[in-house]
Design a binder for this molecule. Structure first.
Ligand code: IPD
Ligand code: CA
Ligand code: CA
Ligand code: CA
Length: 263
């Protein structure tokens, strides 16, 4: 398998899919709920996933696909080539704000991330990475992440952290919020990860993400020296849901050691 050919192919699918998503603004969205009233999905999420699967199955019949909307394969192992796709990450933003949503894609070979992509559809910004060849923002190389101390850091964190949770004592949370320079919440895990790898955020954490939310991002993170683990400081699980933390190296250590204490 020629990695550069596969990279070109994946990028062309992403660009065409994004064009279709942008065109969908001219038509009415069909909005449904999934697990609960705020867990939304649209016909465009589904059609985008089906678009990818149709082309990948036609052009790479031995590759398997794990997609959020369930049109791909039932994946219980990472043997061979596996594509992990979130057709629209940030569906709520897509519906309500028409901005700040991304196509997130990671391609793995026997469990090793080889190609990663986060495409911010409305900003037309493609972050991509190839294993051991670096990461790029629209074809410009992204430098290794710079270290930052906690006092000067901006952390991607959402409001769920202020309600009682099992990861941080309330005092730990207050201590963290008092110490950091600022917090942000963008409503798309993939975009938040893309901001960490490009230095707009210094860390991002979540209590529950799925493989398709993080697959592209973790491949990109590796190429720029950002650290990805779960909140127990273990490798993330690519076959199920879990907690998630991405941060610049020393900040990652400080967050894990001094703030995120699993009960
Ligand atoms: C969601 C977004 C959101 C995160 C949720 C994800 P979706 O993905 O990434 O920021 O907090 O946990 O499920 O459903 O919009 O693809
Ligand atoms: Ca969803
Ligand atoms: Ca998602
Ligand atoms: Ca999604």
């Amino acid at each position: 398998m020629n990695l550069h050919k596969l990279d070109k192919y994946a990028k062309s699918l992403i660009k065409v899919a994004a064009g279709r998503i942008r065109s969908s603004f001219a038509t009415d969205l069909l909005i449904e709920t999934k697990s609960e009233a705020n867990d939304l999905v649209t016909n465009i999420d589904k059609e985008t996933e089906q678009f990818f699967i149709h082309h990948i199955k036609r052009d790479y019949p031995d590759h398997r696909i794990l997609g959020e909307e369930g049109f791909g394969d039932d994946i219980h192992d990472l043997d061979g080539y596996v594509w992990m796709l979130d057709p629209i990450d940030g569906t709520m933003n897509f519906i309500h704000q028409k901005t700040n949503f991304a196509i997130s894609l990671g391609i793995f070979k026997d469990g090793v991330g080889i190609l990663g992509y986060i495409y911010n559809v409305m900003d037309d910004v493609l972050i991509s990475a190839t294993l051991d060849e670096g990461a790029f923002i629209n074809d410009i190389r992204i430098p290794t992440v710079k270290q930052v101390n906690l006092e000067q850091s901006i952390i991607g964190i959402n409001a769920s952290w202020v309600v009682p949770n099992k990861y941080m004592e309330h005092e730990g949370m207050v201590k963290l919020l008092q110490k950091v320079r600022g917090t942000r919440s963008y409503g798309s895990a993939a975009i938040e990860i893309s901001y960490v790898v490009t230095g707009k955020l210094d860390a991002y954490m979540s209590m529950r993400l799925s493989p398709w939310d993080i697959a592209g991002g973790m491949i990109i993170a590796k190429e720029v020296g950002a650290i990805v683990t779960n909140l127990a400081n273990e490798p993330v699980n690519l076959l199920g849901q879990g907690t998630f933390l991405i941060a610049k190296p020393s900040l990652h250590k400080e967050l894990i050691t001094n703030y995120i204490q699993l009960k």
